[in-house]
Design a protein around this ligand. Sequence first.
Ligand SMILES: [Zn+2]
Length: 243
Amino acid sequence: MKKIILFTAFLVFYLSTEGQAQIENSIKDDYKTETDLRNWIKTKDFEALFDNNELLVNKIYLADKELELQYLPEQISAKRIKTAEKIIQLNHKLKKIYDVVPESRQLEVIFYESDYPATALGNQSLLLISSKSLELSDAEFFAALAHELGHLYFFEMMHCALEKKDFEQIRLIESSCDAVALVLLHKAGIDLTSLEKALIKINKLEGRNKNDKTADRYYDLDKRLDVLRGNQSVVENLIKAIR
Ligand SMILES: [Zn+2]
């Protein structure tokens, strides 16, 4: 069975394939609450993310880009941007993420026209970026993409949660991707608060256009920021400790 689910704004779409059922190595089945997330941040597995891009990027190499491209929704593929000026702007913004995670150049960038500030990981090989996202500052843009790379880490777990429509788990994974983004922000030498700034700005830019269909997938903004800020202080302590 093959199907595709597309979510706008700051997320992922999944082409479901057989055999992606195993849960991430380092995270157990009982990863269900914010406390579990907080505890995971204190493990060696999380700490390893500071040294090792492999944990994120190995899944890019397993992906079938051609197949995944075939499932790109028409409403996005029809709006791909070809204007040189905009592409130059985009490439300028992408430079930092490519510096920090060079392997992310393997992702096929799908840059498309939209009034929504959306970034999304397309399965494991596509990186969808809407034109409106260019309104984010360089640091905020980096933070948004760092969150998307976090989805590579949680790919199988998210896949299972989506299949089961386990929204509690889905919301926790979204916040877990925020935690991974903090690691990449640190590696880039960018202020960790850039992620919360990005979330706030995206929320504002979405305005009345906000797609309610995706609402179940996230904590509301206040709650998400709350979880993020709590985790941020744990990550900051970790950074001090490993320096
Ligand atoms: Zn996400």
